[in-house]
Design a protein around this ligand. Structure first.
Ligand code: FE
Length: 528
């Protein structure tokens, strides 16, 4: 009897418990249907650099091609079709790369990006490579949102691009997306002439301002940043993630309230997101060789990202089908410019590669071409960062050279004293912006293990040691002559004369003097 009575009591208790549980659950559902976890996927790229077609990346594979806009478009479309909670964001620098960008002043790139399902991108330094007014003209042709909140018309409070942020709501989660360009990166890597009418202001101040404006209107804040040290332009990769993204780590420390930073400029992939002051920082290795995928779970009760997973896989061309529409439009643009790009220049017996830390065949060609145009000068210098793409062995066309050196830079004639040249080589040897590539007759040896500022251990100019007080006649680009890539000593030149001759033209003329160009290492810039 006793057992039976207890049993009945137990049944009643269990029944009541279930009843109360369901009643509570129903109330929660009714009061706030958005309660609980929301899963959101953010696909991301940065520094696409006009690589509309798949490219060879020697440090990944010598045979398989990577990236390409038509492949990225397919992956974005696929993800969005199967998962409505998907965003595709980009962190800027879509101009500057293969010739399709330079020959159309970026117009083709914007036209192609219009087919890529981009939810927001920002403005990178290279968007100004063909001038700030041109950037304005081309960006207006975009049908996707572009955001930047700290580039202004010079001397005014008027934004260059009148959209500092954008709010996108996904499955009830309001996401505020802010776009900013690091002030240092802006002045470090733009040509003075090309950004004459605009200025970048402090990104820390503006980030705080926009967070204040957005705080009551959104649940999550994503920053599309373009900042820090520039990507290494080299035929080999680099892996020091934390060092290369230090500026982003610092920014997250200084300004609380950003949930995610998608960053560009350093060309540094983050297989694991960096976490700084609670902010997730992600980036790709640039050129579209990966489509980053950050999956987050957002909890509206705690107002926090509770779980995240980041995937950064190489996008191999042979594993993805091209988006047919995009492929057609790419081919239409290529047809339009074929008469210029297909012109033969010479045959190269080996690949024309790049290096950030020592002499390279492409660096030698650019410097030698300038000296070939003005042989009365002592030597020529160019920046490693200006060399953007390797050229394969075999037929070299004008198109290949434009892709390798995609800037409308011109030759500038300078007079520098020996100690200034020493300072320039020392800046190169810091390896923040890469070494200076030099013309034949210059021999520069440095030791990376020595202190910054005293790394150069040998410098020979045309057979004689560099003399600190002697005046040298030097050729370089207008970009460097204005102090670009941190080579600010160029600004102190005793005399400076513009030739208005495009460096690309000197390269074509110089290489046409060879039936066969044989790239070789001559010991011009040596790292020990
Ligand atoms: Fe950049």
């Amino acid at each position: 009897m006793v057992f039976k009575k207890n049993n009945t009591l137990m049944r009643i208790r269990v029944f009541l418990f279930i009843l109360i549980f369901y009643a509570q659950y129903a109330v929660c559902q009714q009061i706030n249907p958005s309660i609980g976890e929301k899963k959101i996927t953010i696909l991301y790229t940065n520094d696409l650099h006009s690589h509309v077609e798949p490219l060879k990346v020697p440090w990944i594979s010598h045979t398989r091609l990577l990236g390409g806009f038509a492949n990225i478009a397919t992956l974005v479309k696929k993800e969005k079709a199967t998962n409505a909670n998907t965003l595709y964001l980009d962190a800027g620098d879509y101009f500057c790369g293969p010739y399709i960008s330079s020959l159309t002043n970026g117009e083709a790139i914007i036209d192609l990006m219009n087919y890529m399902n981009i939810d927001a991108t920002t403005i990178g330094n290279h968007e100004f490579d063909y001038g700030w007014e041109n950037a304005f003209t081309q960006l207006q042709k975009a049908t996707f949102p572009i955001i930047n909140g700290n580039i202004f018309l010079k001397g005014t409070e008027t934004l260059f691009w009148n959209q500092p942020y954008k709010i996108i709501t996904i499955d009830g989660v309001r996401i505020g997306i802010i776009g900013l360009h690091g002030k240092f990166a802006f002045y470090d890597t733009t040509s003075e002439e090309m950004v004459m009418g605009i200025e970048a202001k402090d990104e820390v101040f503006y980030l705080r301002k926009y967070i204040d404006e957005l705080n009551n209107k959104v649940d999550l804040i994503v920053l599309l940043a373009h900042q820090g040290i520039p990507g290494r332009q080299s035929s080999s990769g680099s892996t020091d993630v934390a060092r290369n993204l230090q500026t982003d780590i610092d920014l997250a420390q200084k300004v609380s309230g950003v949930d995610i930073i998608i960053t560009g400029h350093a060309h540094q992939g983050t297989p694991q997101p960096l976490v700084s002051n609670g902010t997730l920082i992600v980036s790709t290795d640039a050129l579209g060789i990966e489509l980053g995928k950050l999956e987050i779970s957002y909890n509206s009760e705690s107002d926090k990202i509770t779980v995240y997973k980041n995937t950064l896989d190489y996008l191999f061309d042979d594993e993805v089908e091209d988006d047919t529409t995009l492929l057609r439009v790419i081919n239409e643009w290529k047809q339009k410019i074929m008469s210029i790009t297909d012109e033969k220049v010479c045959i190269a017996s080996g690949a024309l590669t790049r290096s950030y830390s020592e002499e390279s065949p492409l660096g030698n060609i650019v410097a030698d071409a300038m000296l070939h145009a003005y042989p009365e000068y002592d030597f020529a210098l160019t920046n490693s960062g200006g060399l953007r793409q390797d050229v394969d062995a075999g037929l070299v066309t004008v198109g290949n050279l434009i892709s390798a050196f995609p800037f409308p830079n011109t030759v500038v004639q300078l007079e520098l004293i020996g100690s200034e040249i020493r300072a320039l080589f020392e800046h190169g040897a810091r390896l923040t912006n890469g070494v200076l590539q030099v013309s034949a007759g210059v021999e520069m040896v440095y030791d990376e293990k020595k202190m910054v500022g005293s790394r150069m251990i040998k410098c020979i100019i045309n057979g004689k040691p560099l003399e600190d007080r002697r005046i040298y006649r030097v050729l370089t680009s207008n970009f460097l002559a204005d102090g670009g890539d941190g080579f600010t000593t160029f600004r102190h030149a005793k005399s400076k004369k513009k030739t208005n001759i495009e460096i690309l033209q000197t390269m074509v003329t110089y290489l046409k003097t060879f039936d066969e160009y044989i790239p070789k290492k001559e010991g011009r810039v040596i790292k020990i």
